[in-house]
Design a protein around this ligand. Structure first.
Ligand SMILES: [Mg+2]
Length: 371
């Protein structure tokens, strides 16, 4: 398995946003990185780009924006991958950790065993010579063994809290603002991950410092006993190759332990009626996250975090918008703001206020007619 990022001095000038005026142009950027994965140091790389945001077909994107605007807030939902999509790829100069990768069981023997599984299965996951059926079986095997080790090694909820506190993980700048913007308009966000729901929720709790009633996590969910020890997992395993099968049926409200939740704004059935989608992912496989939904219009936004030289063309084909250089969420917020600038996307408070005004007017009309 190669741990080296191969990119050296890629200059992306021919894919600058064309006729795509609502995004501000970014100046050329020079970024240097170094990192460790599996304890091995990655080579320094340098990426030069003319823009962090690339749109291959602006006319098609404009059409999709218009269609979603027309549908209004009640038809829209956001589906987002978690690792390296909502979270940054590079954190403090090193590769950021994933929800699976950050777990420290407080038992080095089991941490090593899970690492050995990673080193065996991770190359198989990306092997071009293994067919999808066989690869799917391998992924089920990998996830199953990893989950069994978490149970066998005596993972506790306290160690999850501690692992997250110590983890090298951070959200992209603007994630909290994006969630808040969508929450104000009653637009749900479904975080769909092959990672671990309980870890993702703990990361949300610790790193965002507030909860959002519109955010739900669909991922592998743990069951703890009264002593806070992991005893099993709920439902069917979600791994990297079946993220399309359980999207909405396995959706559950964010963890009850948050305490200050107002409850989910949508159940699974009503989410399925939201047939316009903004999809965020960092892998072309993430596009499958909306497969369980019979969507009408989808705008897909991809974060291309590494191997840019090899992957840029496939990402440009696959996603409506591509972000490079570990971009923040501001581009996504700009697009969402533009969609929501129509009168069909009023803030909830504005809606309540206008309903109250209507009600007051009606009451006053009724009083007047009684006189
Ligand atoms: Mg990801």
């Amino acid at each position: 398995m190669s741990h080296s990022l191969q990119l050296q001095g890629i200059l992306v000038t021919s894919f600058r946003q064309r006729h795509f005026s609502f995004f501000s142009r970014h100046p050329s950027a020079r970024v240097s990185f170094s990192s460790f994965i599996c304890g091995k140091k990655l080579e320094m790389e340098e990426v030069k780009v003319a823009s962090e945001l690339l749109v291959d077909d602006p006319a098609s994107l404009e059409k999709k924006i218009d269609a979603i605007r027309l549908g209004g807030s009640q038809k829209l939902q956001v589906i987002a991958d978690f690792d390296a999509t909502l979270t940054k790829f590079w954190v403090n100069g090193t590769r950021g950790q994933t929800s699976h990768g950050l777990v420290q069981q407080g038992n080095p023997e089991y941490d090593d065993k899970r690492q050995q599984l990673y080193e065996y299965y991770h190359p198989l996951e990306f092997s071009p010579t293994i067919g999808l059926e066989e690869k799917t079986k391998l992924m089920e095997e990998w996830w199953g063994k990893t989950h069994a080790l978490l149970v066998e090694g005596g993972l506790t909820y306290d160690s999850i809290r501690q692992s997250v506190a110590n983890a090298n993980i951070a959200f992209r700048e603007g994630v909290s603002e994006l969630f808040e913007f969508l929450e104000e308009r009653d637009i749900p966000v479904l975080i769909f991950s092959a990672g671990l729901a309980d870890i993702i929720e703990e990361v949300l709790r610790q790193k965002l410092n507030r909860s959002f009633k519109n955010v739900r996590v669909v991922s592998n969910r743990m069951i703890f006993n009264d002593k806070g020890c992991l005893v099993s997992f709920k439902g069917k395993v979600i791994h990297s190759l079946n993220k399309n099968e359980h999207a909405l049926d396995m959706a559950a409200p964010i963890h009850e332990r948050l305490g200050d939740m107002d409850g989910p704004i949508d159940d699974s059935a009503s989410l399925k009626k939201r047939t316009n989608v903004i999809l965020l992912g960092d892998h072309t496989g993430d596009l499958g996250m909306s497969d369980g939904l019979n969507y009408e219009t989808r705008i897909s936004m991809g974060f291309l975090n590494h191997n840019i030289g090899d992957s840029l063309s496939s990402y440009r084909e696959a996603f409506d918008v591509v972000f490079v250089n570990d971009a923040p969420m501001w581009g996504v917020i700009k697009l969402v703001s533009r969609i929501c600038s129509s009168g069909r996307f009023l803030k909830t408070k504005t809606l309540i206020a206008s309903r109250e005004t209507m009600s007051e007017n009606l009451n006053s009309d009724l009083s007047a007619s009684a006189l």
